[in-house]
Design a protein around this ligand. Structure first.
Ligand code: NAD
Length: 501
């Protein structure tokens, strides 16, 4: 067991039993002398004491990953690797309830959400990329030569080696396996650094890897923080051949600098300030339902979520009122309550950041349509990281509320008049991750989707994902694309073989 009950159950200051969470290195649990606290976002109770990796422990994880690459893992056929990845996916599904409980404990998100999105997608990420590597051909070219005999060229895909995987806390298992799935499918080995806020499911996955028969050293997990801790030790380690990261843009910049040493490739999935664009000819109810989800799902902590809503003037007031009614109908509560639509934010620290924007909006003179503060929660929940779902009007595109990523359950609604105007305003932002366009006009849908500077444009939907499609951000939202064959571009090295006939 990697997530272990302590021998004599330790009592936290809140009076609850805490788990001990260890690293997973070379197929085994590894403890650290130093540990940090993981607290529940619901009520602040101590959930776990998590091992914090030293530089030497990160080094041993990278060495284990290197040895596995040269050892049994490196000698498997594609078919054998594919079978193992299917076994990992089945292993996650077999322990579905354990993953569900761990993810919900770490994040406080509603169980209904984790049951339908986080855990199934965590398993699917292994099958999808197993299928991709099985089915994607490489290229072949015949060429003529002066002697008339010619030559042929064909490409081979080879793993890049040891991949460092740095993950955020908002969709922990889903986003981690989105990288580990293709990395392993392509024959690499990985060292994962989960967010310090969400250590559990990455650790549980180690048990699944062992049970599935994945060789030791292929999948490693080291826990800790970013600067001066496991994150920095991993990204600066010369034995790591490539780094894939999801998180804030500022962190991505630091990681890119670390990767410059040794000229190592990076894949960066970063922040956003996503706009929804609602035209007056939209299906009104569908636009309200979709915008409620894109603003408030996962308590607004989705990189693809909407924080700017541009609504065409003739329907602006009606739209604001309908969105307000929807936001106010959302029940905040415990994850296991089926009526719960929204949980808390991930931590008190993140709540401080979100509330600082709630205050800033008020200072700037925003009209608070709904929310804007901290809800009164009953009993022990009062100690959790709760905030109210919040909507503002009355601020312009230049305000910090319209420009900076808040990553909370909030959005600024702004009216617009013409298509040309809204395109200019939506694109006037340093981020470019995703958008949702709501219109019944097919020509306009194609035109607007093509013109908005983002990696992902949804029309009349949001968060509808086919895992074979390219995923990533434009501008400061990312570098590179993952998903389907695009993941192969990052996780493999293409080699051309030229044979003179
Ligand atoms: P974060 O950048 O604070 O942390 C992400 C990870 O990086 C954590 O594991 C952290 O410990 C590590 N880290 C921090 N500093 C580091 C350093 N100097 N060196 C190495 N590692 C370091 O992000 P977060 O708060 O966990 O996640 C929220 C952010 O992630 C938001 O900006 C959100 O938009 C973004 N996000 C983007 C996508 C996407 O696909 N584009 C998906 C989810 C989240």
């Amino acid at each position: 067991m990697l997530i272990t009950e302590p021998q004599a159950p330790a009592r936290s200051s809140a009076g609850t039993d805490a788990l001990q969470i260890d690293h997973f290195i070379n197929g085994a649990a590894v403890a650290s002398a130093r540990r940090f606290d993981k607290r529940s976002p619901l009520d602040g109770r101590l959930l776990a004491r998590v091992a914090e990796a030293t530089r030497d422990q990160v080094d041993s994880a990278v060495r284990a990953a290197r040895a596995a690459l040269r050892g049994p893992w490196g000698t498997l056929t594609v078919a054998q690797r594919v079978d193992l990845l299917y076994a990992v996916a089945d292993g996650i599904n077999r322990r579905f309830d354990d993953f569900l409980a761990a993810e919900v404990a770490d994040t406080g998100k509603p169980m209904s959400l984790a049951r339908h999105v986080d855990i199934p997608r965590g398993a699917a990420n292994f099958k999808v990329f197993a299928d991709v590597v099985k089915n994607v051909p490489t290229e072949f070219f015949e060429m003529s030569t002066p002697d008339g005999l010619g030559a042929i060229n064909y490409a081979l895909r080879r793993p890049v080696g040891v991949v460092g995987v740095i993950c955020p806390w908002n969709l922990p298992l889903l986003l981690m396996t989105w990288k580990v799935g293709p990395a392993l499918a392509c024959g690499n080995t990985v060292v994962v650094k989960p967010s310090e806020e969400t250590p559990q499911t990455a650790t549980l996955l180690g048990e699944v890897m062992n049970a599935a028969g994945v060789p030791a050293g292929v999948y490693n997990v080291v826990h800790g923080f970013g600067p001066g801790s496991a994150g920095e030790f991993l990204t600066s380690h010369p034995g790591v051949n490539a780094i894939t990261f999801t998180g804030e843009t500022r962190t991505g910049e630091v990681i890119m600098k670390a990767a410059a040493s040794g000229a190592r490739p990076v894949s960066l999935e970063m922040g956003g300030k996503n706009a929804a664009v609602v035209f007056e000819d939209c299906d009104f109810d569908a636009a309200i339902e979709g915008t409620l989800r894109s603003c408030f799902a996962n308590c607004g902590q989705v990189c693809l979520g909407t924080e700017r809503v541009y609504v065409q003037r003739p329907i602006f007031d009606r739209f604001v009122q309908a969105l307000k009614r929807g936001a106010e109908a959302m029940q905040l509560g415990r994850p296991e309550d089926p009526a719960t639509a929204m949980g808390p934010l991930i931590s008190q620290e993140h709540r401080d950041k979100v509330l600082s924007y709630y205050r800033k909006a008020a200072e700037l003179g925003a009209t608070v349509v709904t929310g804007g503060g901290v809800p009164a929660m009953p009993g022990e929940l009062a100690a959790g990281a709760w905030v109210q779902p919040t909507l503002w009007t009355g601020l312009g595109d230049d305000s910090a509320i319209a420009r900076e990523e808040i990553f909370g359950p909030c959005a600024l609604l702004m009216p617009f008049d013409t298509e040309e105007e809204v395109l200019r305003r939506v694109n006037d932002n340093e981020y470019g991750l995703a958008t949702a366009v709501w219109t019944r006009d097919l020509q306009r849908a194609h035109r607007v989707a093509a013109a908005i500077e983002v990696g992902i444009a949804w029309v009349n939907s949001w968060f509808l994902r086919d895992l074979r499609t390219p995923f990533g951000g434009a501008k400061q939202s990312g570098i590179g694309r993952e998903g389907g064959v695009h993941s192969l571009e990052f996780y493999t090295e293409l080699k051309n073989v030229c044979i003179k006939l």
